[in-house]
Design a protein. Sequence first.
Length: 712
Amino acid sequence: MQNLLKEKYFPFGSQYYRAPSPHKEDWEKDIKNMSELGFNTVKYWVQWRWNNPSENEYYFDDIDQLMNLAHKYNLKVMLNTIFDVAPAWIYEKYPDASMVTLSGMKIGPQTQPHRQIGGLGYCFNHDGIAKHFFNFLSETIKRYTDHPALEIWNVGSEPELTSSMAEMRLYADNAEKIGDMLCYCENCKTKFRKWVVEKYDGLENLNLAWNRNYRSINEIELPKTRNTFNDIIDWRMFFVHTIGENVKKRFEVAREIDKEKHPLMCHHVFIQGFPVTSTASDPWNVGRFGDLHGFTQMDDPMMIDILRSCAKGKPVISAEMLMLMGYTLDMPINIDANDVKRLIFSGIAGNLKGFIFWQYRPEILGREAPTWGLSYLDGETTEWLKHYSDTGKVLQKNSEFLMNAKPAKAEVAIIYNPENQIFAWASTGNEKTATDSLLGYHKALYNKNYVVDFIHPMEFSKDLLNNYKVILYPFPYILNEQLSAMLKEWIEDGGVLIAESYFGGWNIDNGHHEKVVPGYGFEKAFGIKQDVVHPIRNEGDCEIIPNANLKYLANDSIVTGSIIRETYKNQYAEVLAKYKSGEAAVTCSKYGKGKAVQIGSYIGLDFQRKNILANGNMIAALVEYTASVERPQILGGSDIRVDVLKDENTNAMVIIRNLTEQQVEDEIIIPGLQKTKLVEQFNKTELKLIPEANGSKVKIKLSAKEVLVYFG
């Protein structure tokens, strides 16, 4: 990343200005204090509604002054261009500007807790609005591209369909809210019909995929229910396409004017709160553009791994690090030094190259007040601001190493498929059926010290799959013919596929349910065919008893399934676990040089939602049983996460985290680490390591939640 930045440093700082707060009289004091605390980066928002108050009139006095203050106090600036707050004159100029729900309600313009100046709700498919949108971007880039404080353009800040309007996202969590689905305006209707016909290369092929008999493009209905799958998946993926094209254009406009003087970035939102079904949020869709990639970081290691995976080698920055979220009279719990270190160093372990906290002062406008701030309301220093500053100083001390270091290569991957997310909503009424399955699988592997990548259908290739020994697909109903063929070939060549119930059950190519499950001919790979499927109505309806030879699972371990209990006609698969009733529940079959593991229910869900430890242990045990993957080993079984980063000069950073709120003491074997001594970067104590055949062994004692960072 160093060649993208003007100077050698590790980007570290805070969001500061979202007009009209903080107040002008506080600016210089705060910017000066940030610099004295060791911050080197500050982020400002340039907002369409605020900075373009009338057509062809631009107001940049506030940003001018803030840019000059940053330069005065040696802070680099990330400028966020915020487009979702359309000026009032846009809605006056274009009566049809607003997005429209299925029920016919115009939703714009409106405010939200984090968009207090209003303007939310215009349609991305309105060509007239788009012209002014990109005019504003052009004027902003022209004004600041030569400013000495400017370091990074963030022209893709949280691009998503609903502009973070929470009530517009509810239907992805609750199918009864389908009336809030966006957008059913005439512009979207016209463009969707054209797009979907082009996608299928003609109306005839569309009819085959949707099982319809349309005679003209004008007959194509916009889906209004979740009762059929291919049409609703296409309808929601159309908006993924819409957002992608919009972001692509932002980068084209910015790059043409900036002339590659500064890196351009896109900053993504976390997938748990922004379902693809309602927000069209897909990290791979917008991660293709720009020089850097970023995201809104919460206490969620999975999102770090998703962003690292979709960035494909581009540097990733925590563009909004959230730790003090709250609302009026709904205050956050104050954070301590280990909380700060947990988020920052879980990010460092995942190869993040910068941190921008949200935000420096607590919010004073709207329902987010008086929370979210590093300082007190009056700008005075808090204990957690000191902790954040101290952590930043450690990062700067190691900046050259951190900017060039890399984590261990992932040999395990999880499939992330937005079409499958939408199918989960359509079939179960809640997209979190799929999202929580992903979270459960990732948490199970993360807790056992695996490094995990995520892979997306748009990037599937033989070369990509060959990077991994094991691929897991939670809640795997949606595949397609092309993905299936590549996965089969990969298994035959020696890969291990681990999947849950109804693998490839929906034939998305032809728009019908498969007659044989697993689908797409995978019954040969798994060595089983689906038999009777039972619903799970009550607790205990799907109890799975693992075999004794599976690691991490005691003899009395009980794994629980969710939603359904699938039984099999076993052809030639090994049985690794049985239902309490005696039928095979988890099977493993050899296929060519590889293996395919089938789980007869959804076990990631209960691990994520109920924290049933046996479920997490089963997921990790299946990877351990089927493939040899090198990673740190915790000999006593304590819940400790160990990450190692290395550079080309044999330097290493070892990050050790206690994942629990109890004191733990254990021995750790760290493969590939040939060191006898490391130094803790905060308390300066030495860690002595004992050489092992392929690495080092160390004894460690950790207090509750403690994070230790060693370097040498």
